[in-house]
Design a protein around this ligand. Structure first.
Ligand code: SF4
Ligand code: SF4
Length: 201
């Protein structure tokens, strides 16, 4: 496996530079991953990723190519390639939910490193926007008073696009021009990009 961005592992890299596109090439049982990233918009990530994918597929038709758009706050590759055979699924993230077993001891509020739980006199307030789904509060509550709740995070879509022609039929000749495409798209108003990026990967 070759990472063109050096020695970081891919999860660390993505968390540091969330607006990112990844190309994966499979050929002869080996694969290579290229990440195209920038902390700023408008620098040409999509242009490079899409055109590099198309160029390589045209040059090496036997190569399997995957274009993955991890720019989950504003994925825009699909506007350039118009993918077909799209399958979309909802992605979720976990937040804790308090049950009637809670005695408001406040331990979970002290444990949470992200200040996502506020222990009020007669209410335990959970702030989903701050929760990082680390499970510490659920695991360490002495009364087992917190349970998991899964809330929609965004969508993950898979499809194909073709470097030549636009047919809805699958044929061997079309496969020679087919590039697999995946993107993650955050729900509007959702602030937690990294959990969705992890699920797309
Ligand atoms: S640790 Fe458990 S019992 Fe204590 S406040 Fe949190 S949820 Fe309630
Ligand atoms: S799961 Fe982790 S981040 Fe979320 S509220 Fe519990 S302790 Fe805080």
């Amino acid at each position: 496996m070759n990472y063109l961005y050096g020695g970081w592992n891919s999860v660390n890299f993505v968390e540091f530079f969330p607006p990112i596109k990844i190309l994966i090439f499979y050929l002869g049982g080996k694969y290579m991953k290229i990440s195209i990233a920038s902390g700023k918009g408008g620098t040409g990530k999509t242009t490079i990723a899409v055109n590099l994918a198309i160029f390589l597929k045209e040059k090496y038709p036997e190569m399997s190519i995957y274009l993955i758009d991890l720019d989950v706050e504003a994925p825009n590759s699909e506007y350039f390639i118009k993918p077909q055979h799209i399958k979309e699924q909802t992605a979720y993230r976990m937040i804790p939910e308090v049950t009637e077993n809670c005695n408001h001891c406040g331990k979970c509020s002290e444990i949470c490193e992200f200040n996502a739980i506020v222990n009020l006199p007669d209410n335990l307030l959970i702030l989903p926007e701050l929760c990082k789904a680390c499970y510490a509060c659920i695991e360490l509550c002495p009364l087992n008073a917190l349970k998991e709740k899964f809330v929609p995070l965004g969508t993950i879509s898979h499809g194909d696009f073709f470097t030549k022609g636009k047919s809805d039929k699958f044929t061997s000749s079309e496969d020679e021009h087919k590039i697999k495409f995946t993107e993650g798209r955050l729900k509007i108003g959702e602030a937690m990009a990294v959990p969705l990026i992890r699920q797309v990967k």
